[in-house]
Ligand binder design. Structure first.
Ligand code: F1P
Length: 346
């Protein structure tokens, strides 16, 4: 992962050095909308991109499950850009969704791991993550690599559209260069996460909550747990909790809250209070040095601080480790989970 990320961080004179992007940069600058199509973990990376592109480049973004988009009658025009994200590059739903958009005149940009894959070949342009195929079935490094490429893409479009200042670009690039070390540090949380896994390995349900950039991370944490440990898990935007899922919370419900120090921090603190008032068992992912949330949580996982827009790259790591350890303790095959295919080609 780290090597692949280092490979993507090259900027040419302050601009993204990505041949596939260069040829289509004017289209991106003038795009009236960006539609992202993907499945599973790649869809979650797409959801992070919605926040990134709207924040940094101010282009409206829609994120669509490819498996729905392909079967409805979406409104698409030549001024739309469709970004198809896929680890394997072979997912049938994603391929069909991009072909539908292409037939209506949209420009298709692909983000795939696998060079020469079907999706990569069907796009007009794209960026390979060069993360290599996943060793196991469940996507992990693909998410990190996809989000990294999407950060670079959002920054580059923002730079050209004038929505992102040169100072901000330099700041974000410096921070992006520090991410590999921060990911390495987060991976060292392994032993303490193993203890949390021991505590919760036999529970039937989990809830994951996050806001803003950490909302897609909550979804991804829940998906990883479902995929490899077969525990039912739901990811929700923390603010949606009161609209239904709060009914599930009692002393038996572990609630993973991704609560790093960002613009929604105070609101997440009040969500944690709501969970605590209902005796939910709180596992909080916080920024190093936080003292408020640790006083409220049963378990605390500290991750290094980073810029808000880069948070998912760091905050997803402990959730992947948690799913991994729970799955191992339950005797599940983490590389080859039951019922899952490496690429879903039907
Ligand atoms: C999409 C995906 C993966 C998931 C599993 C099934 O694949 O849903 O996210 O982990 O492997 O397929 P892709 O289009 O990203 O290859």
């Amino acid at each position: 992962i780290l090597d692949s990320m280092r490979g993507r961080l090259e900027l040419d004179g302050g601009h993204l050095n990505m041949a596939g992007f260069r040829a289509y940069e004017q289209k991106f600058v003038n795009a009236h909308r960006i539609i992202i199509v993907a499945c599973g973990t790649s869809w979650h990376a797409g959801l992070v991109a919605e926040y990134l592109i709207e924040d940094l480049a101010r282009i409206p973004v829609e994120v669509e499950y490819a498996s729905e988009f392909r079967y409805r009658n979406p409104v698409i025009s030549e001024r739309d850009i469709v970004i198809a994200i896929s680890q394997s590059g072979e997912t049938a739903d994603t391929l069909a969704a991009l072909e539908l958009a292409k037939s209506k005149g949209a420009t298709i940009f692909g983000i795939c791991n696998v060079v020469g894959s079907s999706i990569a070949r069907a796009t007009d342009a794209g960026a390979y993550t060069h993360a290599g195929p996943e060793i196991g079935v469940a996507s992990t490094k693909a998410f990190t690599a996809q989000v990294t490429v999407l950060v670079l893409l959002a920054m580059s479009i923002g730079q050209r559209r004038g929505t992102l200042s040169e100072t901000k670009v330099r700041e974000l690039m410096a921070e992006l260069h520090s991410i590999p070390a921060k990911v390495e540090k987060a991976l060292k949380l392994d032993a303490e996460i193993q203890v949390i896994a021991e505590t919760f390995k036999d529970v039937p349900n989990f809830l994951y909550l996050g806001r803003g950039y950490n909302f897609p991370v909550a979804l991804e944490g829940a998906l990883k747990l479902k995929e490899i440990s077969y525990i039912h898990a739901e990811g929700y935007p923390a603010a949606e909790m009161k609209h239904g899922p709060i009914a599930l919370i009692d002393e038996n419900m572990p609630v993973v809250v991704i609560a790093t120090r960002d613009s929604s921090y105070e609101k997440v603190v009040s969500n944690i209070q709501e969970v605590k008032a209902r005796k939910g068992r709180i596992i909080a992912v916080v920024t190093e040095g936080d003292t408020t949330i640790p006083a409220m949580a049963e378990f605390v996982i500290e991750v290094p601080p980073t810029s808000e827009v880069l948070t998912p790259l760091v905050s997803v790591i402990p959730l992947q480790l948690l799913s991994y350890h729970i799955a191992v303790l339950r005797g599940c095959n983490v590389d080859q989970p039951r019922n899952l295919a490496k690429s879903v080609t039907v």
